[in-house]
Ligand binder design. Sequence first.
Ligand code: ADP
Ligand code: ZN
Length: 761
Amino acid sequence: MTSMISLFYCARLPFPSPVIARVTLEMAVGKEFDYLIPAELDGDVEVGTRVKVPFANRQVLGCVTALIETSPHAGLRPIIKTIGRQSHVTPKILELARWMAEYYCCPPEIALKTVLPEAVRREKEGWREQLFVRALPSLEPDPKLSKRQAEILAAARARKELPLQELLRQTNSTAQTLRRLEDKGLLHIAPQISERDPYARDTILPTQALTLNDAQKHAVEEIARAESPADGAGKSKPVFLLHGVTGSGKTEVYLQAIASALKNGKGAIVLVPEISLTPQTVERFKARFSSGPLQTLVAVLHSHLSTGERHDEWHKIRQGRARIVIGARSAVFAPVDPLGLIIVDEEHEYSYKQEEAPRYHARDVAVVRGRMESAVVVLGSATPSMESFFNVQKGKYRLLELPLRADDKKMPVVRIIDMRQAARREKAAPMFSQELKEAILKRLDRKEQTLLFLNRRGFATSLQCPLCGYVAQCPNCSLALTYHRHAGKLRCHICGHDANAPSVCPEPKCRNPAIRFAGMGTEKVEATLGKLFPRARVQRMDSDTLKRKEDYRRILGDFRTGKIDILVGTQMIAKGLHFPNVTLVGIIYADLGLHMPDFRAGERTFQLLTQVSGRAGRGDVEGEVFVQAFTPFHPAIQYARRHDFTGFYEQEMEFRRQLKYPPSSRIALLLLKGRNEEKVSFSAAHVKQEIQRIAGALPDLTVAGPAPAPLARAETYYRYQIMLRTRHISKLSLLLAAMIKELKLPDDVSLSVDIDPVNLM
Ligand code: ADP
Ligand code: ZN
C-alpha cells in the first residue's frame, strides 16, 4: 500500500487526555476541522465517533478521525453532541476508508460516508421501541381476579417476557384490561428496544457439515491452515482463488472455512452478488450456525431490507453478537472484529463494482481489507475474472480447484447451433432453430423443465422504417427505444423515457405505414413460445416482470414446484439457481454481447454462457445445453462449450497483452459530462493537456481520447472520455487527485474518474 492521504492523521495517540478532535465533515469541503471536546462529553469521543458540530452558522454531522492535544487554529468551537452510543467507524474501517479515498481518487468525506449504511448514519437513533409485558410475582397469596384477568396473567406467566401487542392478540383482550393488572402490581409494562429480524418468518432447520470430497477437503484444509493463529499472528494472510465448476460445492467449502475461523475466535464476511442473495442462500448460512458450539447470529445486509432492519442488522455486527455477515457489495465494510475470513463468491461479477463515487470494487477492497486486518480472503468462481487468474499466475493469489461436480453429476453436453445456416434455410433468422424446438418438445413430453436465456428484455429492440431508415430514438440519450408490447410503449433503457409507438413512419416526407419492429427481447420469446407450444406453461423473469420484492421468490417457487414448464429470462436466471428437474438450457442469441465496444465483451460472453449452462443437469437426468450463435467459432463460445476456463484465459490474455488492456495494464477512465456539447469537448481537450503535464512522472502512461463515449449522450448529458493506461495505477491516482484539485472547469461540466473501470460505455 502506498502513503496515506495527508488530510488524515490517525491512530490512538499517546497523549494523556486529548481535548481536541479533528473531524471530517459529511459535506464536500475537502479538508478537516478541529473542535473542542467539552467537559460533558469527556470520555465519549474517540476516533470513529460521529459527532454534530457547528459549521459557519449551521450544524453538521461529521466523523472524528483523530484526537489531538493542540491545534494550529485559534478560537475552536466545541462539539455539540455525539451520535450513537458506540463509535460507528472503527479505526480499522477508518483506515480502509482512507485507502479507498486515495486509491479511487475520491474525496475522503464520500469514502467515509460509504463505509456506514445510511440507516446507521442518521442522527436520530434508529432503534424501534415496543411495549413489553412481564408478569410479577403477586404479593397477596390469592389476588381477586376475574376469569379474564386470570387467563391473561397465566398467558403472561407462561413466558418470561413478551411484546404487549402479542399478548393482546393471544388473549384477545384490550390494553385497558392489561393496565388494570398493572395497577394491581401483577404486570410490569415498559418500552424496550425490539430488534427487527428480516428472516423471522422463515423456519430454519439446523444442518450438519457434509462429508467433503477430496478436492473440497484439500481446499478447506489449506484455508484453515492459513487462518490458524499458528500461521503467525499479525502476519499478512494469503488470498485464495477457489476455482470450482458450477455445482462443485463451493458453498460447503465456505461453510467449513467459516467454522474454522469461528473456532479461532474470529468472524467472517461473505459477499455475494445482490442478485444471488436469495432466501435459499441466506438460509444455508443461517442453518449451519443456528445451533451447536459455533452458534452465532448471521447478519444479512442488502438493499431489500427496510431501513430499520438494516440498522438493526448492522448493530448486531457492531455489538459482536453476529459474527458472520452475508451481504452484497457494501457488506465489505461490515464492522466484524476480529475478522478472520472474507469470502467473495462469484468474484467475477461486475455488480461488485460501484458505479458512483467512490467507484470501488468490493472484491479489491476485500483483498486490501484482508491485508490490513490479517484476514484470509477467498475469491470463489466457476469463471474467475481475468484479473484474479492473472494474480494467480503472478504468484500473488493461491489457486484452489474443484474440478468436478460435488454430487458426481456430469457436466451438461453443450451443442452449438450455427444460426447462419438456419437463417439461410428459412430465409430469415428464426428465433428458434429446429434443433432447439425439438429439444423443448421432448422436455414437455417427458415433464422435464427448460430454461431459456436471452439477455435483453422488452419485445423488440427498435422500431425502424425500412423505406427511409428512420429509427425511434430516445430524445435524451443516444440510444434506440425498445418496444414493450405488454405496456404498449416504446421505452428507453437508460433514462426510462416513455413514448407511444407510432403506426406510420413519423418522418413527414415518408409516412410509410409499413414501419416495423426489429430485433427481439424476452417478451417476444415468451410470445413466440405461446404460439409454438400452446399448452406449455411459460413464465418470463426479467426486471419488467419483477415489480414487487416477493415476485422473484414466487416465480422461483412456482418453478421449483413444477408449476412452470419453461422459464424465460435475462441474466437474472443465469446465476446460482439449482433446479434438479431442469434438463435443458437454451441460449437464444449467444453473440448478443460479443460485439459491444468493450474489451471485456469476450470474457463476459464466456462467463455468461458457462454460468447459464451450469444450470442444466443438476438432478438425476443428464443435462443438455443448446447455444444458438451467428459466430459459432468465436473462442468465447467454443471454450465455454468445452468448459475450458484455462484455455479461454490463455488466448484472451494474448489479446489483452497485445492491446495493453487489463490485466496486463491498468485503466483510469475519465468521463466529462455536460449539456453543452461544445463545452464538454473543449473541457476534455483541456483535461488532456493537463494530463500531458503529469505524464512525465509515469513513463508507461498511454492516453487515448478525448472522444465521445460509446454512449455519447445519456439523460440529456453529452459524454466524453479519456482513457489512461499504465501499470502503476496507484501512482496515477495520486497524480490525478493532485491535478483535479487545481483543475478549472466550467460550472456546467463535470469530471469523474473511474479507476479499474468495469463499464466502459
Ligand atoms: P457451487 O456453489 O459450487 O455451484 P453448491 O455449493 O451449490 O455448488 O453445491 C452443489 C450441490 O452439491 C448442492 O446441492 C450441495 O448440497 C451438494 N454438495 C456440496 N458438497 C457436497 C458433498 N461433499 N457431498 C455431497 N453433496 C455435496
Ligand atoms: Zn433515454
